[in-house]
Write a protein that binds this ligand. Structure first.
Ligand code: FAD
Length: 368
């Protein structure tokens, strides 16, 4: 069997890694009728952001698919495709136990005249995607929230957010329904069978067991490098950290009911929930350790933090690591050799791009 003509009923596929890249890939391939094994030591672990098991569980789940400057190129096409696919997937994902919804809209506030000008250009070019400019006369609420005089902003009616924990729970349930086989082990080696009659990929697991597969899709973030090196495929990924803080607000003076799903200001996302709680994230830092300096900078908003932020208490904080491709654009979507594919390098927008990347893998497996 090869990637040119895969018989759906017979092809066996292993997906390595159960972050959003692996889960969406497994979901897409499972729906198409393939026999899929999803392998990750954490695949049966509890899903929560109190102790996130991977980048996905640490994320904020924001989908900024439409507010994107470009209107062509790979990055645009992936975003565009994913926004459409998420709508379809929402009708297919099982969320009986996890009441997740796609929350909209997203509001972005300009922090400089230059940023506002580029927002005006974006809203002119992308009206059909539900993007509208907010001029300074419509910003009274936000002026009082941030104790400043804002120049302008924009609202993107079709962008928004999934609660990533609820999303992952619902997708995991859906994987059970379509009979994806979950294996809670680490993959320690991928090799090719040398048997004349069986040229499939051999996936060796930490418990000395192994399985032979027609296709392997590597979605194991930074660890993808280690798995590929012995096969002669050098890929280069660097760790990128993101932090999230949950603030318990002591000082809410006005009615905050009109807070959108996402408020983005000074490149920081603000998610208001439970009347007096606010999630604040995420920065992009090199390395693997959360930095106090980044934390301070994020929470004092370049010394312009309003009173509700300076008087708040951090009730919970966490961070997560993702993999950024070096010297090439993210994400890393490749067929490295027949039957060996990679879907990783999602250092941001992994949630957003999940369905489009899964579809790309599916097309490669179908030989298109
Ligand atoms: C704080 C923060 C905020 C973010 N906010 C957003 C956002 O708002 N919107 C958005 O779209 N994205 C956001 N992101 C980015 C998003 O989280 C990532 O793009 C995405 O989670 C990457 O998913 P992944 O599946 O590639 O990797 P991960 O979620 O890290 O999953 C990789 C998996 O591979 C498994 N694995 C590793 N090695 C092996 C092995 N040898 N065998 C088996 N399994 C293995 C690991 O156990 C892990 O579960 C954010 C990230 C962070 C940290």
């Amino acid at each position: 069997m090869n990637s040119q003509k895969a018989d759906k009923k017979l092809a066996e596929i292993t997906v390595i890694g159960c972050g959003i890249a692996g889960i969406t890939t497994a979901f897409h391939l499972g729906k198409k009728g393939y026999k899929v094994n999803l392998i990750d030591p954490t695949v049966n672990s509890e899903i929560n952001n109190l102790s996130p098991k991977n980048g996905t569980q640490a994320s904020l789940g924001v989908l900024m698919g439409n507010i994107y400057k470009r209107s062509k190129g790979r990055a645009f096409l992936l975003r565009n495709k994913s926004m459409k696919l998420w709508k379809e997937w929402l009708t297919e994902i099982n969320y009986s136990e996890s009441d997740f919804i796609f929350e909209k809209p997203l509001i972005k506030l300009a922090s400089s005249e230059k940023e506002y000008q580029s927002m005006i250009e974006l809203s002119n070019a992308k009206k059909k995607y539900g993007i509208e400019i907010l001029d300074k006369n419509s910003l009274n609420f936000w002026n009082s929230i941030f104790e400043t005089k804002l120049i302008g902003g924009l609202i993107s009616h079709e962008d928004g957010r999934f609660n990533p924990i609820k999303l992952v729970k619902a997708l995991m349930q859906s994987l059970d329904q379509i009979k994806i086989n979950k294996i809670d082990k680490s993959v320690i080696k991928i090799s090719k069978n040398s048997n004349l009659y069986d040229k499939r990929w051999k996936i060796s697991l930490e418990n000395n067991q192994s399985i032979n597969q027609d296709f392997v899709v590597i979605c194991s973030s930074l660890n993808s490098q280690k798995l590929l090196k012995p096969l002669g495929h050098e890929i280069h990924l660097e760790p990128i950290l993101g932090q999230v803080f949950e603030l318990e607000l002591k000082d809410i003076t006005s009615n905050w009911k009109e807070w959108p799903a996402i408020l983005n200001y000074q490149s920081i996302n603000f998610i208001h929930h439970n009347p007096n709680h606010m999630l604040v994230g995420a920065t992009i830092e090199r390395g693997t350790k959360a930095s106090l300096l980044e934390k301070k900078e994020m929470l004092n908003l370049k010394k312009t933090a309003p009173k509700w932020m300076t008087t708040a208490r951090i009730s919970h904080e966490w961070s997560g690591i993702r993999a950024r491709p070096k010297n090439e654009p993210a994400p890393m979507l490749k067929e490295l050799e027949t039957g060996l594919l990679i879907n990783t390098g999602h250092y941001r927008n992994g949630i957003l791009l999940g369905p489009a990347c899964a579809e790309w893998i599916g097309l490669k497996i179908e030989g298109q």
